[in-house]
Design a protein around this ligand. Sequence first.
Ligand code: ZN
Length: 153
Amino acid sequence: MSVTDELYQQVILDHNRTPRNMRRMEQPTHTACGLNPLCGDEYTVYLAVGADGLIRDASFEGHGCAISKASASLMSLAVVGKRVEEARALFEAFHALVLGKGEGGGQACDLGKLRVFSGVWRYPARVKCAALCWHALKGALDGQPTTSTEDKL
Ligand code: ZN
């Protein structure tokens, strides 16, 4: 295992042990549930989007494996302060990353800490775990109340 892999694994372990923004939001403007039946991961994602289109708060609750929980935690940190369009672009970039299509899939997007999932495409069963909360985020923005990874990759 390379030094980078080890570093990345530490970030994932840290966010699994101490997930950020893991709480219910009382009055979200957007919310959606994400299910990953293959692994048993289940999360609800909450967003508070201002009238100016800025994501002011993001949180989640639910349960699942270490990868899915760490991903939800890192996602919540990544999207706060971003515009809705930027969060959508980040979804595309992250999705390309976990599918091993190269960083950002051609999107001009700074993935920052989300890069810790850059090796996940080598473990196909884990890709859905890492992408689950992002599918829920997109579902919330699209007004789709429930998203299952069985319908998408
Ligand atoms: Zn999982």
